[in-house]
Design a protein around this ligand. Structure first.
Ligand SMILES: Nc1ncnc2c1ncn2[C@@H]1O[C@H](COP(=O)(O)OP(=O)(O)OP(=O)(O)O)[C@@H](O)[C@H]1O
Ligand SMILES: [Mg+2]
Length: 257
C-alpha cells in the first residue's frame, strides 16, 4: 500500500448498490431478483455477520464478493496490499490472483480434486501462494517447501481435531463435519485480507465450533476483514462485531419475461 497513512481508516471492503437477479431458464426465463441494492462497509479487524431469512441472498452476496457471480449493477471495492480493485468489474485473471492470497472463501461444502489427500488439499493453497516454489518443479527445494507446507497443515488439522488417520486420505468419503474442517483449514491456512465464511460451523460439534471461533478471533486480531453467515447464534454472538440485514425485495423489481 503506497498511501498507508491516508487510507488506514478506510474500509477494506466497500460495497455500493449491488443488485443481482437470476434468470430461471427452467421457468420460462422468469427473473428472480435476489440482491436489491446492497451497501456494506467492512474494515480491517471487523467481522460483519450477514443476517436475514432463508433465500434472502446471503450466500449469493458472498459469492459476488468472491467473484463467483457477476452483478447487475453496483460496485464491490476491495482494498489490499496490491491496491484497490472492483470485484464487480475485475477480470478473471485479477480474481484468480486475489484468491491466491488476498481472499479466502469457506463454503459449507468442500469441493476438492478427487484422489488428492486431505493434507495436500490444504497444503496446495500454501504452495500456490509461495513466490518461488511454482518454478522449482520436482527439485529438493520444492520437496522441502512441500514438507514445510504439510507440517503447517498438520498443526492446523491437530487444532481442528481432524483424526490423523484421515490426513493422507482424499476427503470425498469424509463425514460432513470432517469435510467442513478440511474446508476451514483451507480457508484459514493463509493470512488472507478478506475471509468469506458461509456457515462455517454448520456441521461441527461444540468443541470444534470453539476452535473456529478462536480462529476467527485470531484472523480479526491480525487485521483480516471477515464477512460471515452464522446461523448458530452462539457463534455469531461470539465473533460478529456487527450484523447487517440485506435489503428486502421491492415489488416493482419482480418482473416476468
Ligand atoms: N445459481 C442460482 N440460480 C438460480 N437461483 C438461485 C441461484 N442461487 C441462488 N438462487 C436463488 O436465490 C435466492 C437466494 O439464495 P441464497 O442461497 O443466496 O439465499 P440465502 O440467504 O443464503 O439462504 P439460506 O439462509 O437458506 O442459505 C434463493 O431464492 C435461491 O433459490
Ligand atoms: Mg445461504
Amino acid at each position: 500500500m503506497t498511501h498507508e497513512s491516508d487510507s488506514a481508516d478506510l474500509p477494506t471492503l466497500r460495497v455500493r448498490g449491488v443488485r443481482k437477479h437470476f434468470t430461471l431458464h427452467l421457468r420460462d426465463g422468469r427473473d428472480l431478483p435476489v440482491l436489491h441494492g446492497v451497501d456494506l462497509d467492512a474494515a480491517a479487524g471487523e467481522c460483519v455477520a450477514l443476517v436475514g431469512a432463508s433465500g434472502q441472498g446471503k450466500s449469493t452476496l458472498i459469492k459476488c464478493l468472491y467473484g463467483n457471480y457477476g452483478v447487475d449493477s453496483g460496485s464491490i471495492l476491495l482494498r489490499t496490499d496490491g491496491g484497490e480493485i472492483d470485484m464487480a468489474r475485475a477480470t478473471p485473471q485479477q480474481i484468480i490472483g486475489l484468491r491466491e492470497r488476498a481472499i479466502a472463501y469457506v463454503s459449507q461444502f468442500l469441493r476438492a480434486v478427487p484422489r488428492v489427500p486431505a493434507i495436500d488439499v490444504v497444503a496446495e493453497r500454501l504452495l500456490q501462494a509461495h513466490p518461488v516454489t511454482a518454478d522449482l518443479g520436482q527439485t529438493d527445494a520444492w520437496q522441502a517447501a512441500q514438507e514445510a507446507a504439510r507440517e503447517e497443515v498438520a498443526a492446523l488439522f491437530e487444532r481442528l481435531n481432524l483424526p490423523r488417520a484421515l490426513w493422507q486420505l482424499p476427503p470425498a468419503t469424509f463425514s460432513g463435519g470432517e469435510q467442513q474442517r478440511v474446508n476451514i483449514a483451507r480457508g484459514f491456512i493463509l493470512p488472507s485480507d478478506l475471509l468469506l465464511l458461509d456457515e462455517p460451523t454448520a456441521s461441527l460439534d461444540a468443541a470444534n465450533r470453539r476452535v473456529v471461533i478462536q480462529l476467527i478471533h485470531e484472523a480479526k486480531t491480525r487485521g483480516a476483514t471477515v464477512i460471515g453467515i452464522f446461523h448458530d447464534e452462539e457463534v455469531r454472538d461470539a465473533v460478529a462485531t456487527r450484523c447487517v440485514t440485506l435489503p428486502a425485495a421491492s415489488a416493482e423489481l419482480e418482473t416476468t419475461r
